[in-house]
Design a protein. Structure first.
Length: 143
């Protein structure tokens, strides 16, 4: 079976380890020259908030992380030489991963574009834009 020609990832969960792993998948795919789109919606929109909003994300426990918040989990990852949130996010930006943020998700969380980070090239859109961006022969993940 051939590899997908593109990876489209819906980042729905607001749990730190799920958002972190979406960045792992996106940066890994981009590193092998696969085009990637990340579509942040609902709780995951908080991960893209200014002033390291991702540090306050809860940990979900599914990955074995049960104590603290995203900041504590990330500190632990860095101590173990696991790619940090900021390292992965920067790698995605540098490798031209496309970042979409759901307008509906922002409204549901009482957020605006002004609440989002300035160092990530976001496009505010809806699910139709995300689906039109996907490839017929690509892979699609829901995290």
């Amino acid at each position: 079976m051939p590899a997908p020609d593109k990876l489209s990832i819906t980042v729905f969960s607001g749990e730190f380890e799920r958002v972190h792993y979406a960045l792992v998948m996106a940066s890994g795919a981009a590193a092998i020259d696969m085009p990637v789109t990340l579509f942040f919606t609902m709780g995951a929109c908080r991960a893209m908030a200014k002033q390291d909003g991702w540090r306050a994300l809860p940990v979900g426990g599914a990955s074995g992380l049960t104590d603290g918040d995203g900041g504590a989990a990330d500190d632990g990852f860095r101590a173990k030489r696991v790619g940090s949130f900021e390292e992965l996010l920067s790698a995605c930006v540098e490798m031209k991963v496309r970042f979409l943020v759901c307008e509906m998700g922002l409204r549901a969380l009482d957020m605006t574009v002004d609440d989002l980070r300035d160092d990530v090239p976001f496009e505010i859109c809806g699910v139709v834009t995300f689906l039109n961006d996907a490839s017929d022969t690509g892979g699609m993940l829901f995290i």
